[in-house]
Structures are given as C-alpha cells and as structure tokens.
Ligand binder design. Structure first.
Ligand SMILES: Cc1cc2nc3c(=O)[nH]c(=O)nc-3n(C[C@H](O)[C@H](O)[C@H](O)COP(=O)(O)OP(=O)(O)OC[C@H]3O[C@@H](n4cnc5c(N)ncnc54)[C@H](O)[C@@H]3O)c2cc1C
Length: 418
C-alpha cells in the first residue's frame, strides 16, 4: 500500500471530506518540509528539532482538538489521528512532537476553568505556546500513586518541589501541566494528587539537558526540575485532589490514541520500505518478492498493518461520536505497538545483512517503534485495563464521562459518500 495523498478505502467509514483534506495537507507538509530534514535529525541525536514544530504551529495543528471559540480547529480525534499518522509515516519523531503537546491540551480543554482556557487555549491554537504534561518521576513511572513531587499551600500560593523525567516537548513547552502530591501520607492516591499549570518563566523551574535517546531523534523527552516553584492558586487544573483523574483521563483519551497513531505511521513505513526492497532485490532471474516464502512474511506484515489501521481509526471514530470506548483506545494502543514491533523484526530479517549497514533507513523505524511501548501506559497496564474490562470490573470510562461536556470537540459529521 504505497503512500498516497488519498486515504485507503478501508478508512471510508471513518473519514469525512474535511478529514480527507487534512490527510492531503499532512502528506504535503511531510513531503515538503519533513522528508528533507529526516537525515539531518537522524545524524544529530543530541539536537532538538525546533523548526518543524514552528511550522506545525503556523498551521494551527496544535489546536486540532481545541474548540473554535478558543481559536482552535475543533476537528476532533479522527482529525488528530490523521495528522499524527500521516506525519509519522515520514518521521515518527515529528509525529511525537505533535502528539506530546496534544495530550496536555486535552487536559486543559476538559479540566480547565473558563479563565484558564481563555488565557491559554488561543495561544496554543495560534502556535505561540506549546504545552507538556509532567507526570513521570525517577521513582514513579507507571505507578502514578507513587508520585513524590510535593505541592504545599503557602498563603494563596502553591509551592511545588520535585523532579519529573521523560517529559515530551519539555524543552519546547511554555506551559507545563504538573501533577504533584497535595495530601499527607495515608490519603488514597485517587485524592492525594493535584494538577497544576506551571508557566515556563516561574522562578525555580529548570530543565535537564536534552540527551540523545535510542530513537525519535529530534524529539525531546527530558527532565523538569521544580525547586520551590511558586504559582497562584488560580493555576490549579481541576479541583485540588483530582490530579490522578486529570492525568488518567488525558492519558486514556489523548495519550493512547496519539501513541497508536505514531505506531501506525512507523508500521506503514516498515511495510512500504520492505515491499520496495523485496521488489528490487534480484534473485534467480527475478526478484525476492516473487518467492512464496517471502510473500508469506510480507503478507503477515501487510495483514498486521491493516488490522492496526482499522483498529486505530475505528476507536477514535467512536470517541468523536461520544461512544464509551476507553477499552478500545487502550486495545488499539497495545496492539498497534505490538503489531508494528513484530513487523519491525520481520522487516529487519527480510532485509538480510543490508538491515545492519549504518545507512539503512530501516534502523530508524526499528529504533523508533521501541518508543511507543512505555508512554501513555506500558503494555502491562493496557492488559490490566483490558482484563478488568473482560471481568466486568473495568474502571470508569472517561469517554463516557466527558461525552456530554461542551468542551468536547465537534462530533464527526456524516462520513463522505463511498
Ligand atoms: C517517547 C516517550 C514519551 C514520554 N512522554 C511522557 C510525557 O510527556 N509525560 C510523562 O509524564 N511521561 C512521559 N513518558 C514516560 C512514560 O509515561 C513512562 O515511561 C511510563 O509511565 C512507564 O514508566 P517507567 O518507564 O518509569 O517504567 P516503570 O513504571 O518503572 O515500569 C518498568 C516495567 O515494569 C512494569 N510494571 C511496573 N509496575 C507494574 C505493575 N504494577 N504490574 C505489572 N507490571 C508493572 C512496566 O509495565 C514496565 O514494563 C514518556 C516516555 C517515552 C518513551
């Protein structure tokens, strides 16, 4: 399935004419601006990419789920997936930059006061401010209840002290959603945490140096250090004690589908690159692609990709249509990563020793796919969620909880005629 500026027919049930237009825009952007920068980004893993986020900001893409009244596109979750997926086929790192800010944007849309939304959302939609969400800590990864960053009330200000790690876009963001402990030991985690909006210029806020990582070169996921950072009480996001809800709802409704879309982009690139290689590698007077054993493996890859594609779009289509679908978002993230990781291994093997040459592009996809396992819940946490769904003891459905809120993005209009 070669890259095309028209979506595959399998997506017709989920895409409107507006989605198709966005698809074409994202393809054009990736071809004109991203493709020529990929090798430079790959060659400089210690360097942050700043120009491409600026160009995406100028297109209003960080406002894809922001309501129109705040200057956003109000285009919804399918549209968000289209952007991340299509950019991700060309560069997962650039797709990661886009998705990392769209998670805290979702948190602000759902949990922010009118004043907070009026102050910040137009800036994000207009591209002058990017956001990060800072939950993970050195000793508290998937275990949100183990967060040690503390926020204490001093008069009418909160004073926050702690350290966050692996924070996506930490070096680009001007506003951070920081989750901290606000209750004494013994209070249940579901009531002990609070989310805060912390501006970049606050005294005591620091960042670790951008460090090279295995993949996603150009994307920063680094340290945020809070040394007695003082912020006004008006910067509490949601209610005091609702920090876990803010973090989990943003992770389920935005983080998981965003990472699903990144995996999908990498998966598509893997299939395309492998099909091209096999079709051009001579063997016995023909090409490797003509051999049944090879076709069997390539067919597996294509089948996995198709499954991941329809699973990803089907889940966000339901989200746009206000259907309770948390378990489908979780399942799409889990299988989207797993299937792409299996295809990455097949692709490496099908390229033989060529896969190991320093200049083989496939290595980028193989490294990048490792980065979609842990964010927005590792595989273990997705499976725990799904097991609870099977047992009928599943957690609250955030998709259902927010379905009737005014902050929700526009529902998907009628699908385009086939
Ligand atoms: C590309 C990328 C972007 C990221 N962006 C952000 C971001 O923007 N903001 C942010 O806050 N964080 C971010 N993260 C961090 C990410 O959320 C964490 O990696 C994730 O929560 C897991 O935490 P951990 O890596 O510390 O692993 P740990 O929690 O230490 O887990 C290690 C292993 O043990 C397993 N495990 C742990 N506890 C259990 C359990 N109870 N039962 C079964 N298995 C368990 C895990 O599944 C995992 O396999 C990002 C990470 C990456 C790679």
């Amino acid at each position: 399935m070669p890259t095309t500026d028209t979506p595959p027919p399998a997506l017709r049930p989920y895409l409107t004419a507006a989605h198709e237009q966005l698809w074409a825009e994202a393809e054009e952007f990736a071809a004109d601006h991203v493709a020529r920068r990929v090798s430079r980004m790959e060659a400089a893993p210690r360097k942050l990419e700043r120009e491409l986020p600026r160009l995406m900001s100028a297109r209003g893409w960080f406002g894809v789920t922001i309501p129109e009244q705040y200057g956003g596109m109000a285009a919804g979750h399918v549209a968000k997936t289209v952007l991340i997926h299509r950019v991700g086929v060309v560069s997962a790192a650039v797709a990661a930059i886009l998705q990392a800010t769209l998670i805290p944007v979702g948190a602000l849309c759902h949990w922010g006061t009118v004043e907070q939304k009026q102050r910040w959302l137009p800036k994000v939609a207009g591209g002058t401010v990017l956001m990060s969400i800072a939950v993970t800590e050195p000793d508290a990864g998937g275990h949100i209840g183990g967060i040690q960053t503390v926020a204490e009330l001093a008069g009418d200000e909160w004073v926050i002290t702690g350290e966050k790690i692996h924070i996506g876009n930490v070096h680009l963001a001007g506003l951070h959603v920081v989750v901290a402990r606000t209750a004494p030991p013994g209070v249940s985690a579901s009531q002990a945490l609070t989310a805060f909006l912390v501006e970049n210029q606050r005294e005591g806020l620091g960042k670790g140096m951008h460090r090279a990582r295995l993949g996603l070169h150009g994307f920063s996921a680094g340290r945020l250090i809070l040394d007695r950072v003082r912020i006004p009480a008006a910067n509490v996001l949601g209610e005091v004690g609702q920090g876990m809800d803010v973090a989990q709802s943003a992770s389920v409704l935005y983080g998981r589908p965003n990472l699903t879309a990144v995996s999908l982009g990498i998966h598509e690139a893997l299939v395309e690159t492998t099909a091209q290689f096999l079709s051009s590698r001579p063997r016995y007077g023909g090409y490797l692609s003509e051999h049944p054993v090879i076709q069997d493996r390539l067919g597996e890859m294509q089948g996995r990709f198709q499954t991941a594609l329809t699973t990803a779009y089907g889940a966000v289509h339901l989200l746009d249509n206000r259907v309770a679908c948390d378990h489908l978002l979780v399942g799409a993230k889990l299988t989207g990563h797993q299937l792409a990781a299996q295809s990455a291994r097949d692709a490496m093997e099908l390229h033989g020793a060529r896969a190991l040459d320093g200049d083989c592009e496939l290595q980028r996809f193989f490294r990048d796919i490792q980065h979609t396992y842990s964010p927005a819940g590792t595989g273990e946490f997705q499976r725990i969620h799904l097991a609870r769904t099977a047992l009928g003891t599943g957690p609250r459905q955030w998709s259902e909880h927010f379905a009737s809120e005014a902050a929700w993005s526009q529902p998907t209009p009628d699908p385009a005629p086939a």
